[in-house]
Design a protein around this ligand. Structure first.
Ligand SMILES: Nc1ncnc2c1ncn2[C@@H]1O[C@H](COP(=O)(O)OP(=O)(O)O)[C@@H](O)[C@H]1O
Ligand SMILES: [Mg+2]
Length: 510
């Protein structure tokens, strides 16, 4: 029975090796609505939609589309049935034009010489119909991420999508671009397109959807009407318990500068001598949390690598604890009292083949109490590792399994626990909660605040603006390798968003 629903999932089950990704999920989508799929990382949202789109196949369960059983789910068949999917990572070819990207793989009814003009007209017709403004002749690499997403949507509409699935579409956008996307989606919806919107952000879901389904641990927890729910209820459904998070900002700042960057630049000699970082200067004072906000890939990674001693700047000077550390190695910085939690934990923070216990003392293994004379103290190490997994709620069968066997979230907890348990004076942390569930995020945030209360100075680099605003005493905004703006945690989100999009850059250089 699918009772006139446009799309129905019935008892969908999907396993991956060792993971029950979807557990008996049943869900109905109404025609013409915006339906949100809300859930934490790993809840099963993408898997469910990838099954519909035909990228995976369910182990059991059925799908009904317009009342008919929908079988043989493949992307080709999905498109034929009017289903379009916009993935988290776009699939456009950078050095092709927008037009070339949209017509890629389309059978042409015209001889090659007339093909482009034919397609151009067809696509512009669709764009006009849906009120989308595009320049078809720009190269994809020349246009903004927000524009690329628009092109992906236009491409799906051009292929005849009546149902549009967007998987975490705002994760790559600035707040302004997100609002533009919402306007566009509302408009498409008014013109008859059904939309499934995947997100883990409550605010967005409350803003845009008609109905909301919450997934948790592969189970469908509830489906509610937007008008009949509250952010609190949704948060509870998502996490399975109450969440409170309001922090007191720092009060005790001594005024000593712990970290000082002066005119740090980094030139990419492999790529037209492009400036990856350009004249970056700022200070972080004793006991402060300074946040660096910005859209991904604007120099954050390079900045972190330079501060942590993994990479040398082309020019400029770094002072840490009053000492010129521009040429120090990471180990020297660690000995001075720095801890570093990198964004790329799999490659930089852990040795995948080492046990959990071994990973819990990386970088400090040669120090007391883990080493006495020349021998590692296994008992001390094991005790330390057991405390770590207890305190940081690392889900692992034991401390003796290789860390590669743990889920991503649990690998992160190992690093975060290890770094937080050190005697740190300065903590450099990049994307500390990326990929963690809401409960673990709250825990990590609490730990950062606690560390700050104990006088640890923290530089927090994160693309999650909410996180930066929640934790930071002061905020710097990075754009294309430059610090383009300064803000307080109380600064309007719109204003920070404008800086993140680079729109303040001009005025600064004048
Ligand atoms: N290709 C895959 N191979 C193995 N496990 C996977 C794969 N895709 C997803 N999973 C697992 O399935 C679960 C659900 O993942 P996913 O659907 O991506 O969640 P969400 O999109 O809600 O973040 C997670 O535990 C994830 O690790
Ligand atoms: Mg996903």
């Amino acid at each position: 029975m699918t009772d006139g629903f446009y799309l129905s999932f019935r008892n969908i089950r999907k396993t991956f090796p060792g993971v029950l990704a979807l557990d008996d999920v049943s869900l109905d989508i109404n025609k013409g609505q915006i339906h949100a799929l809300l859930g934490e990382n790993g809840a099963g949202k993408s898997t469910l939609m990838n099954i519909l789109y035909g990228l995976y196949h369910q182990d059991s369960g059925e799908i009904f589309l317009s009342g008919e059983k929908y079988e043989h789910n493949t992307p080709k068949n999905a498109i034929r049935h009017g289903i379009g999917m916009i993935h988290q990572h776009f699939m456009l070819i950078p050095n092709f034009t927008v037009l070339e990207n949209i017509i890629l793989g389309q059978p042409s009814p015209k001889p090659p010489s007339l093909e482009k003009e034919y397609f151009r007209n067809e696509i512009l017709n669709v764009a006009n119909k849906f009120g989308i403004t595009v320049n078809l002749d720009l190269l994809v690499e020349e246009i903004s991420v927000g524009m690329q997403q628009k092109i992906e949507i236009l491409k799906a509409l051009y292929k005849g999508a009546k149902l549009l699935i967007l998987d975490e579409p705002t994760s790559v956008l600035t707040p302004q671009e997100s609002q533009e996307l919402f306007t566009m989606l509302t408009d498409l919806n008014e013109k008859g397109t059904t939309i499934i919107f995947i997100s883990h952000k409550l605010k967005e879901v409350m803003q845009i959807s008609d109905r909301i389904s919450v997934l948790r641990d592969g189970k469908l927890i509830a489906t509610v009407n937007k008008n009949e729910t509250t952010p609190n209820e949704l948060s509870r459904l998502m996490v399975g318990r109450e969440i409170t998070s309001q922090y007191v900002k720092s009060i005790k700042i001594s005024g000593d500068d712990i970290l000082v960057l002066e005119n740090i630049s980094l030139v990419d000699h492999h790529n037209h001598h492009r400036n990856l970082l350009n004249q970056v200067s700022f200070k972080v004072g004793q006991g402060e949390i300074v946040g660096i906000a910005g859209v991904d890939e604007n120099g954050q990674k390079e900045l972190a690598e330079i501060i942590s001693g993994l990479r040398k700047p082309t020019s400029g000077k770094i002072t840490m604890f009053g000492k010129d550390v521009t040429h120090c190695t990471t180990r020297q910085l660690i000995e001075l009292g720095m801890s570093y939690i990198p964004a790329d934990r799999r490659n930089q923070g852990l040795v995948m083949d080492f046990k959990v216990s071994e990973n819990s003392i990386l970088e400090t293994h040669y120090q007391k109490p883990f080493t006495k004379g020349f021998s590692l103290q296994k008992k001390v190490i094991d005790q330390f590792a057991n405390e770590l997994i207890q305190e940081y709620d690392v889900r692992t069968p034991s401390i003796n399994v290789p860390v590669k066997n743990l889920s991503g979230g649990n690998q992160q907890k190992v690093i975060i626990g290890r770094e937080f348990m050190k005697k740190t004076h300065f903590l450099l942390v990049v994307q500390p909660t990326w990929g963690l569930d809401v409960g673990a995020i709250e825990y990590v945030h609490q730990k950062l605040i606690e560390a700050r209360e104990k006088g640890v100075t923290i530089l927090l680099i994160s693309t999650d603006l909410e996180e930066v605003r929640k934790l930071s005493d002061r905020i710097l905004v990075i754009y294309e390798g430059e610090i383009v703006g300064y803000a307080e945690s109380t600064t309007d989100i719109e204003e920070i968003g404008l800086m993140m999009a680079g729109s303040h850059k001009q005025s600064k250089s004048v």
